[in-house]
Design a protein around this ligand. Structure first.
Ligand code: M6R
Length: 364
């Protein structure tokens, strides 16, 4: 049941500190601060390329992983949505690693893409939340999220635990390829270990996020902006808002704004800027400034120092706890979930069962 929560989605958002911790425990040894994957039927060091395929929110988890795998494991990564990938006839180098990300493990397009990758002699890894699912059965290796059953149609805890698994896989690949020494691995493993308490601190910001939701509920369109690993979080925030509140929302890479969408900005369009204090913060900050200069109504998600820089100029903000930039996309997924949730509650839509949507899309 829902316990004391008004909706399954709310319960699942609040389970995140626990299930992130459970998922970490299955991949990280806290004593040695090193990652261990289940026994693999192939050599991680010999992987020439990674291909990631998924749909919806699971696809955005894959987008974050692309940034991590390129930067930390120095691997070439290709990513696509499953409905496109399955018909592209992509040429895949033999012995590549093909990663399929799916909460249900049953999404028909992702499953078809998995079978295509099999025909291309890839090593197949499935990141699924349902261990008995079809994808789990057909994969060479299953990297399970330990999120527990997800009932709400809007994916929340499956997403953050997918990111945890992908972060651990990144560390394992980086180590195997000689791109990360023990000290580097320990630093990033420690950053991951901070997530359960940091995510609990984000949940304590729920009143601030509920207040921000009242600024969004009347909007017709909302823009979400981010750069680097915050870009997929902006995309995910926009998807959450669309599916739950039926408000049109777009996630955009901050730096792409001046190539078109900046024309949309006026005092009727809230702009949610996902700006963790990472290596791209200053770039995002200057895009935020451009939006302000055009009369944009900016809502900022950053840490206290980031928010303080724009206080008095922005319409609203929520301050996140300090966290290592590596794990920022995992933490910043939570405020965009809560924001969309509260907009939906204010609008009175059916939070756990939005119109026209199915929890798993098993027909094409
Ligand atoms: O079960 P899957 O992870 O394969 O599902 C993929 C998408 O259908 C799913 O993430 C969908 O986008 C959610 N409704 C998003 O909240």
């Amino acid at each position: 049941g829902k316990g004391n929560h008004p909706h399954f989605m709310h319960k699942e958002i609040f389970e995140q500190p626990g299930v992130i911790g459970d998922t970490l425990q299955s991949f990280i040894n806290p004593a040695t601060r090193s990652v261990h994957l289940p026994g693999l039927p192939f050599d991680l060091a010999a992987i020439p390329k990674v291909t990631i395929v998924a749909c919806g929110t699971s696809f955005f988890a894959g987008m974050v992983a692309k940034y991590w795998l390129e930067r930390i494991a120095r691997l070439p990564v290709e990513i696509d949505i499953a409905s496109e990938f399955r018909y592209r006839a992509a040429d895949m180098p033999e012995g590549g690693l093909a990663l399929f990300i799916s909460q249900s493990g049953e999404t028909i397009d992702t499953l078809a893409a998995l079978r295509y990758a099999r025909s291309q002699r890839q090593h197949i890894a499935a990141i699924v939340n349902v261990p008995e699912s079809t994808m789990a059965r057909e994969a060479d290796v299953v990297l399970a999220t330990v999120a527990g059953p997800e009932i709400g149609v809007a994916s929340t805890k499956a997403f953050t635990t997918q990111l945890v698994v992908l972060a651990c896989l990144t560390l394992a690949l980086a180590r195997a390829r000689g791109k990360l020494d023990a000290a580097g691995e320990a630093e990033l493993a420690l950053a991951l270990a901070d997530l359960p308490s940091a995510s609990a601190a984000v949940l304590a910001e729920e009143p601030a996020l509920r207040a921000l939701a009242s600024h969004i509920m009347g909007a017709r369109d909302v823009l979400y902006l981010g750069r680097g690993t915050a870009y997929p979080i902006a995309m995910e925030g926009a998807l959450k808002l669309k599916e739950l509140s039926y408000i049109h929302a777009e996630g955009y890479a901050s730096g792409e704004m001046k190539h078109g969408p900046i024309a949309l900005i006026d005092d009727a369009v809230p702009i949610v800027v996902v700006a963790p204090p990472d290596e791209l913060f200053e770039k995002t900050a200057s895009n935020l400034q451009e939006a302000l200069a055009r009369g944009g109504r900016v809502i900022m998600l950053s840490d206290a120092a980031g928010v303080a820089r724009f206080q008095g100029q922005i319409e609203g903000a929520a301050a996140m706890p300090k966290i290592h930039p590596f794990v920022a996309p995992i933490l910043y997924a939570i405020p965009v979930q809560l924001l969309a949730y509260h907009v939906a509650v204010l609008k009175g839509t059916d939070v756990d069962q939005p119109r026209n949507l199915a929890k798993s899309v098993v027909v094409e």
